[in-house]
Design a protein around this ligand. Structure first.
Ligand code: SF4
Length: 91
């Protein structure tokens, strides 16, 4: 049986990606090499991306180190993970 590759796989854990603001930009925009690039990507995420929360949680859960996800840079995600670790051990 042939599968039509243009039909989104709604059962996929990453189906939400098709809804993101970033779908209209080259992927390289979200893997910037400097702070200016990070700001640019962040702005796109923060323009009411409808899946920003899911995107951020996906990156955190999968420990994705590179790129801007859910409006957060690599450094910001590291900070969130660290904070959560502390919260869990304290709580
Ligand atoms: S939050 Fe940013 S990286 Fe994530 S889906 Fe939206 S636009 Fe794309």
């Amino acid at each position: 049986m042939q599968v039509n590759a243009t039909v989104p796989d709604n059962d996929s854990a990453t189906a939400w990606m098709a809804e993101g603001n970033c779908r209209n930009y080259p992927p390289a925009v979200f893997f910037p090499s400097d702070g200016v690039g990070v700001d640019r990507a962040r702005k796109i995420c923060n323009q009411d991306c409808p899946v920003a929360e899911t995107c951020l949680e996906y990156a955190l859960e999968h420990r994705i180190e590179h790129g801007v996800w859910g409006g957060c840079s690599e450094r910001e995600r590291r900070r969130i993970l660290k904070r959560r670790k502390i919260d869990v051990s304290v709580g």
